[in-house]
Design a protein around this ligand. Structure first.
Ligand SMILES: [Fe+2]
Length: 241
């Protein structure tokens, strides 16, 4: 371990010296810390925020120029109007049996989402921005239905270390500019708002980039489909539910 290394570098070095089970625990602790520290604006949290953010970025398992923020945002060609309509219809079916999970309702994938999760088209899109990523095959529909539902800042588990997030539906009773949105939180305490429209896709490194969804209000509804990707050659056992 380097004596002059920053706390973030020392945490990353420590990670390298641990067993896989210990690494998973350290990652969990760093993730929980990031959830609390990264969005805080308290200047007294600055050192901890920087250390945790730096360690997570050093542990990012993907080779990208900048692991922060969105690696891609847009409406990809593969998402035709017909496919989007089919996914929205599948979400409606899955939504009827979705179960409460943390601060949203969770539905597993459906036949169309599951096919798309491992499709050559989606994999090519992801690899065009994050080389070496491969699908975990996990697709999940998420539903925000009850006022107050959202997700506080966090990082995702390994299954979604790379997250492809597709906005399917967002009904808002008020001003869209102030409605619920995806946020990404950065080491300097700043944040970025992603107000997504149906059909829009965001690809980001959710295992290391802190993110959240601000709470919905009465009458607001958000339906999202997410796909998990992992680094090529990673032990598949770590990337299954
Ligand atoms: Fe997440």
């Amino acid at each position: 371990m380097r004596a002059t290394a920053t706390v973030g570098q020392r945490l990353a070095d420590l990670h390298g010296s641990l067993s896989p089970a210990e690494q998973a625990n350290l990652k969990l602790i760093l993730g929980l810390s990031a959830g609390h520290l990264v969005p805080e604006r308290d200047p007294r949290s600055q050192r901890g925020r920087t250390a945790v953010s730096e360690a997570l970025e050093l542990l990012c398992p993907y080779e990208v120029a900048d692991p922060r923020g969105a690696q891609y945002r847009g409406r990809p060609d593969l998402l035709t109007d017909a496919l989007l309509d089919t996914l929205i219809a599948e979400a409606r079916d899955v939504g009827e049996t979705a179960v409460p999970f943390d601060e949203h309702y969770l539905g597993c994938g459906g036949p169309v989402a599951d096919r798309l999760a491992t499709s050559a088209e989606l994999t090519a899109l992801v690899r065009s921005v994050v080389p070496g990523a491969e699908p975990t095959g996990i697709a999940s529909y998420l539903f925000y239905r009850d006022a107050g539902q959202g997700i506080i800042p966090h990082i995702d588990t390994d299954i979604f270390s790379l997250n492809v997030l597709l906005m399917l539906d967002h009904r808002t009773p008020g001003d869209p500019a102030t409605s619920s949105a995806l946020y990404m939180h950065y080491p300097d305490g700043s944040e970025e708002r992603f107000q997504l429209t149906p059909g829009e896709v965001v690809i980001f490194l959710a295992g290391t980039q802190a993110h959240s969804r601000t709470p919905i209000v009465e009458g607001e509804r958000v339906t999202i489909l997410t796909f998990g990707f992992m680094p090529q050659g990673a032990p598949i056992g770590n990337y299954r539910r």
